[in-house]
Design a binder for this molecule. Structure first.
Ligand code: SF4
Ligand code: SF4
Length: 437
């Protein structure tokens, strides 16, 4: 009887292992393995593709599931189909095809059946992603949807699958070094009459003020740039700008899938940093901030990088500058500052008594501009910026405060269409007014 019982248990245990692949417990085991083995990479850092890899594989990015890393493949099996990623997706919430849970399911199916990724995941859905990382932040088993989406985009771009306005942005970035195609000289127009120190004049500086493409030429973003420069002067910070020696960080190109255009711009800018001995950088653009902070290290740039809210918020906490005190303002948090780089406190140090919308901090709601979406056609009834504008105005505010030039561009039209008198200001402008700048 004892021997019979022994065999019964052996069969039971072996049977359990045999059916694991078909059971839900498999996801639990894969979730444990995938979270334990998760690479220690910041949310805002995409993988740098070495040229040797392209020469060896003769392809860029992920065409087949086998082109994804072993960890990314394993993470697909960890998905418990909870749907939290889809609940928070700004594209899905306005009726687009993109559904991050489906992306994971389809990638898993493609891996099982050895299918190509782009047709399995839907090209239309892949281009709809703003790379806001809300799905990544929400996923209980730490799946990195954005890595997968961008890796497939990279392969599509390398095969010439991108056309239209986003392809124009890539050409402009390549030819002028400016994402909207402005000539180099226009990067210094905002400086006229302001006596802005330039690195090329040999001035001594502690902080490089990185202006960014929008910050140099978009009329709204230029107001932010002038406010930041004025506040830095008022606080006695020794800063300088690169002016026409600055080129796009390459962030829109990288997240659209043009990896080697990004690498070209990163090398160009990193060599400028080295030439001028840059140790600290401040920028008012969270996309530039993320790229410079998390991605430029791969190109030899070793420096401290600050978003303007961090530097100005710190000056407020030290009593050097005054915080703004608006009466009826609401704060819109940028994805690449508060979620991707987890900086929630700094914008709040710049302003006292500001209202907050339902989605805030790490759970902020995307304006729809990231991942190159700023340059892509948007159906008028499917704009994430409309949904965000409704939520911001529901607070009863007469002023919307932003901390990102992309958010400002995206929210401007939808806010004014709903309320002509609404004011849209960067936190730096609010502080500039308070400090008499
Ligand atoms: S990154 Fe944002 S837009 Fe893209 S799939 Fe995730 S939640 Fe949706
Ligand atoms: S949140 Fe993560 S586990 Fe849940 S459905 Fe999305 S990918 Fe799967």
């Amino acid at each position: 009887a004892y021997k019979g019982l022994w065999w019964f248990h052996i069969v039971l245990v072996l049977g359990f292992f045999a059916v694991i692949p078909k059971l839900r417990i498999r996801h639990v085991l894969m979730a444990i393995a995938s979270t334990a083995g998760k690479p220690d990479v910041p949310m805002g850092k995409l993988r740098t593709i070495p040229m040797e890899e392209v020469e060896a594989t003769e392809k860029i990015g992920a065409k087949e599931p086998a082109d994804l890393s072993r960890w990314h493949l394993m993470s697909l099996d960890a998905c418990m189909e909870c749907g939290r990623c889809t609940e928070v997706c700004p594209a899905w919430s306005v009726g687009k095809l993109l559904n991050p849970k489906q992306i994971v399911q389809d990638a898993r199916r493609a891996a099982t059946n050895k299918l190509e990724l782009a047709p399995s995941l839907s090209e239309e859905a892949l281009w709809q992603c703003t790379t806001c990382n809300a799905c990544v932040e929400a996923c209980p088993v730490l799946i990195r949807h954005v890595d997968i989406i961008v890796d497939v985009r990279r392969n599509l771009v390398s095969e010439g699958a991108l056309s239209g306005t986003a392809a124009t942005m890539l050409r402009q970035t390549a030819s002028t070094g400016h994402a909207w195609g402005a000539p180099r000289g226009e990067r210094e127009k905002w400086m006229e009459g302001l006596d802005i120190p330039l690195c090329r004049d040999g001035v001594e500086f502690d902080v490089l003020f990185w202006v960014g493409c929008a910050g140099a030429t978009d009329p709204g973003a230029v107001r932010t740039t002038k406010a930041v420069a004025g506040l830095l002067k008022k606080a006695g910070i020794k800063f300088a700008c690169l002016g026409q020696e600055e080129a796009c960080t390459g962030d829109p190109a990288r997240r659209t899938g043009e990896e080697f255009l990004f690498q070209e711009k990163a090398m160009e800018n990193a060599s400028m940093f080295e030439q001028y001995g840059v140790k600290k950088v401040v920028t008012a653009c969270p996309h530039c901030f993320n790229s410079l902070k998390n991605e430029y290290g791969d190109f030899g740039a070793q420096m401290e990088v600050f978003h303007h809210t961090q530097l100005l918020g710190d000056l407020v906490s030290k009593g050097v500058l005054l915080a703004a005190k608006p009466e009826k303002a609401v704060l819109h948090d940028p994805c690449y500052l508060t979620r991707v780089n987890e900086e929630v406190a700094a914008p709040r140090q710049m302003v006292e008594g500001i209202a907050e919308p339902v989605h805030k901090g790490k759970k902020t709601l995307c304006c729809g501009a990231g991942g190159g979406r700023m340059w892509m056609e948007e159906p008028t009834d499917q704009r994430p910026s409309d949904r965000r504008a409704d939520e911001l105005l529901a607070t009863g505010a007469d002023t919307v405060a932003v901390a990102c030039p992309f958010c400002r561009i995206m929210l401007d039209g939808p806010l004014k269409a709903r309320n002509e008198g609404i004011k849209l200001l960067d936190l730096a402008e609010m502080m500039a007014e308070k400090n008499g700048v």
